[in-house]
Write a protein that binds this ligand. Structure first.
Ligand SMILES: *Cc1c(COP(=O)(O)O)cnc(C)c1O
Length: 396
């Protein structure tokens, strides 16, 4: 062998006696085959086999298997973002002429996918009341092939009666998907409640450090997984093993991060509710929250994200109060180690009547900072909300 060839060919190294707790990062586009015949027959390896880097390496399989185990499913598919996970489910299930039902409290880009991508291609959608429960029967017709759920709902945290929705949807021959990003499989297992697609933005609690984007879809039906993988192969969707390695690292600490964030978030929510009318604090674990009983029935815990309604009289002061915070950052996304505040204009994303809480709602995501520093940031905001709420009740 000449030097140029020696630069390319790898020399065998011993693996005997080597063991590590880390999951190796297996990068690949090309998968190499032992002989021409196994290359010719590579299609027979199926969605679990290795044929091309886009469709998975042992690193991606490790994360898929971990999520499958947590959800008590049969397989998981990984895609480049949470939004892509929703899109792959919709594109797999829905054909022109079909209808998908989407709750009014869905993550806004989910509605955007329906309005701006699916509808121009002949796939219809209808927005339903997230609190409909078994009443979703009124929305069913033979064209409905998928019912989407998200619980708690974006920003207003409405809890859906998922078992009741699943029952009705299945009676009518429709599949059910659930955006489970808030709860993670640690606090809610959609497949255990009959859901067909457990979708998550791994970007949030699994990644856990605000530095990666990824989504997952876990199913308990092997043919459904094959269909998802077919869609992904046609669209060319895959994930980078380097990012999967980060997600695997994040997953190891997710339990302790989530336990911490959920405890601190609930402490802060209770503290805020001592100062302002409790109905302004939107946190499912507060007994004053309208969906509390359903949440208690179905969920094993809460996470670090909740919301505070900003009365109109406090809206003008909010931007300066947000800018003045020191421990919190201002930004979208959540589920990382840094606590975040995001003022949301929910009214513009709601289709069914006026939004119940009016204008601005402040979304609060708790990270791992000292709670005393978080309270120091929140206190002036809470005082402004309390003062505005007093003025509002004077006026009433
Ligand atoms: C963030 C988020 C998504 C989208 O995830 P990306 O990875 O940012 O695309 C979907 N659903 C919910 C509930 C989210 O919070």
């Amino acid at each position: 062998m000449r030097d140029q060839t020696l630069c390319v060919l790898r020399q065998p190294v011993p693996h005997d006696g080597y063991a590590s707790l880390a999951v190796p990062t297996h990068r690949a586009s090309t998968i190499v085959f032992a002989d021409a015949q196994s290359y010719a027959e590579r299609g027979k390896r199926g969605p679990d086999g290795y044929t091309y880097g886009l469709h998975g390496t042992p690193t991606t399989r490790a994360l898929e298997a971990a999520l499958t185990g947590l959800h008590r499913g049969v397989r998981t598919a990984l895609v480049p973002s949470g939004q892509a996970a929703t899109a792959v489910v919709f594109q797999t299930v829905l054909m022109p002429g079909d209808t998908v039902l989407v709750p009014d409290t869905a993550y806004p880009p989910t509605k955007g996918l329906c309005a701006n991508f699916l509808e121009p291609r002949g796939i219809r959608y209808r927005i339903y009341d997230p609190l409909a429960g078994a009443g979703i029967a009124e929305q069913m017709d033979p064209s409905v092939k998928l019912v989407w759920t998200e619980s708690p709902g974006s920003t207003t945290m409405d809890i859906q009666d998922i078992p009741a929705i699943v029952r009705v949807a299945h009676e009518h021959g429709a599949l059910v998907g659930c955006d489970n990003t808030w709860a993670t499989p640690l606090h809610f297992k959609p497949l255990d409640h009959g859901v067909d697609f457990a979708m998550e933005a791994l970007t949030k609690y699994v990644g856990g450090h605000s530095d990666l984007l990824m989504g997952s879809i876990t199913v308990r039906d092997l043919p459904l997984h094959r269909r998802l993988k077919d869609t992904m192969r046609m669209l060319g969707y895959g994930v980078s093993p380097d990012e999967v390695a980060l997600a695997l690292r994040g997953l190891e600490t997710m339990g302790v991060r989530l336990a911490h964030a959920s405890r601190v978030a609930l402490d802060l929510a209770e503290r805020i509710a001592d100062h302002v009318p409790p109905e302004l604090v939107l946190h499912p674990a507060l007994p004053s929250f309208p969906g509390h009983d359903l949440w208690k029935r179905d969920f094993a815990g809460s996470s670090g994200v909740f919301s505070l309604v900003i009365p109109q009289a406090a809206e003008a002061t909010l931007p300066d109060l947000l800018t003045a915070t020191k421990a919190f950052s201002i930004g979208a996304s959540w589920g990382g180690t840094h606590s975040l505040l995001a003022p949301m204009n929910v009214a513009k994303d709601r289709h069914l009547g006026p939004a119940p809480h009016g204008g601005t709602i402040l979304r609060i995501s708790i990270g791992v900072e000292d709670p005393a520093d978080l309270w120091a940031d929140l206190e002036p905001i809470v005082e402004a909300v309390a003062a505005a709420a007093v003025r509002r009740s004077d006026a009433a």
